[in-house]
Ligand binder design. Structure first.
Ligand SMILES: C[S@@+](CC[C@H](N)C(=O)[O-])C[C@H]1O[C@@H](n2cnc3c(N)ncnc32)[C@H](O)[C@@H]1O
Length: 344
């Protein structure tokens, strides 16, 4: 692992403020999580394979579904670890398709790729009876590496941030047009920015000026508004970039819709595994899995026990997190949480 080193954006140079580049927060992009050959390093790989194998101890699952293909790290590992398994992979990012095509050529007859959003899982022609289904949520290193996608303020580009740039609203449009409610949700809830009110005021004041249209001008605006604060010296715009990305891609809503649809695709004994990177994301996964396990969703769930139906067994009540070695190797793993269940 290269030593953590500091960097500064052009507008913050001159010895004003330096920020650690090894922070797992995703707004800046995390070049340290690149493998030797570049690309995306899959997180919690062994732990995920172990969870997926649990559903079918004899040789692993016969059919697996990877709902977040990305760079295909988990998909490849599934194909290698379970030699009799046929894999269907989904990704909404058009850049994922050629990577999936290359993997399919390496494993002839075993890979089907579907260019789709997993929010529409229930409508896709997938069949049922999957022994293993995986979600590895969020963005991949490819998104940050390609400056023109507008996920990162490492380089100047149009502020886009869509995982699927063929549809929907770019981040720039979102910031110009979002209702107050949606904007506050992005800044306060998704970004978890303590100084969200200052960012909110600055964004409203900047509407129509062009400052919300590019990665660097927006990062600069946020840095001016919220300043540097908090125990860790992450760049002030990192959290806000994450919050806007989550809002633009409707990540929470899509996840809420996808989890029950995925569960319906599982064979009895099949395993659903989800890796999340944000506390709100993990809360959605946790509550969903506890509900299926016939448990109270959280400590505020007072519904009578006899109204609960147990349809799954949780692999564990606490999520699996990365080992210190993995965190050291791959900073992105620091916020990763894996939860899994087996359908009864
Ligand atoms: C963290 S990456 C997955 C990395 C992958 N497991 C690997 O090892 O290379 C998440 C991927 O999911 C995709 N994605 C995110 N939200 C999606 C959605 N709603 N529908 C389909 N794909 C989505 C992203 O485009 C990204 O490629």
């Amino acid at each position: 692992m290269p030593p953590a080193f500091a960097f500064a954006l052009p507008f913050l140079t001159g010895g004003v403020t330096l920020f650690r580049r090894d922070d797992p927060a995703e707004g800046v992009g995390a070049p340290d999580d690149l493998g030797a050959a570049g690309g995306h390093v899959p997180v919690l790989l062994e732990e995920t394979l172990a969870a997926l194998a649990e559903g079918a101890p004899l040789g692993g699952p016969a059919k697996a579904l990877d709902c977040t293909f990305g760079g295909g790290g988990h998909s490849r590992a599934i194909l290698e670890r379970f030699p009799a398994c046929a894999l269907t992979a989904i990704d909404t990012d058009p850049d994922a398709a050629p990577r999936a095509e290359a993997l399919a050529a390496e494993f002839p007859g075993r890979v089907t790729f579907i260019d789709a959003n997993f929010g529409s899982l229930a409508k896709l022609p997938l069949g049922t009876g999957f022994g293993a289904i995986l979600f590895d949520l969020g963005v991949s290193s490819f998104h940050f590496d390609k400056g023109e996608r507008g996920f990162s303020f490492r380089s100047d580009a149009p502020l886009d941030m869509r995982m699927n740039p063929r549809e929907g609203m770019s981040a720039a449009e979102f910031l110009e047009k979002a209702s107050d409610e949606d904007l506050v949700k992005a800044l306060r809830d998704y970004a978890e920015e303590p100084r969200w009110k200052a960012a909110h005021r600055a964004i409203l004041a900047a509407r129509g000026t062009g400052r919300l249209s590019r990665t660097l001008s927006f990062a600069e605006l946020v840095a001016e508004a919220v300043g540097t604060h908090g125990p860790r010296r992450i760049h002030p715009a990192t959290r806000i970039f994450q919050g806007v990305r989550i809002a633009v891609n409707r990540e929470m809503e899509v996840l809420e819709a996808a989890l029950p649809a995925a569960f319906d695709l599982l064979a009895p004994g099949g395993v659903l595994a989800v890796i999340s990177f944000h506390s709100l994301e993990d809360r959605i996964v946790k509550r969903f899995m506890r509900r299926l396990a016939g448990m109270p969703e959280d400590r505020f769930d007072n519904s009578p026990q006899q109204s609960r139906v147990k349809r799954a067994e949780l692999h564990q009540t606490k999520p699996v997190t990365a080992s210190p070695e993995e965190e050291e190797r791959n900073p992105r793993a620091r916020s990763a949480k894996l939860r899994a269940l087996t359908r009864l």
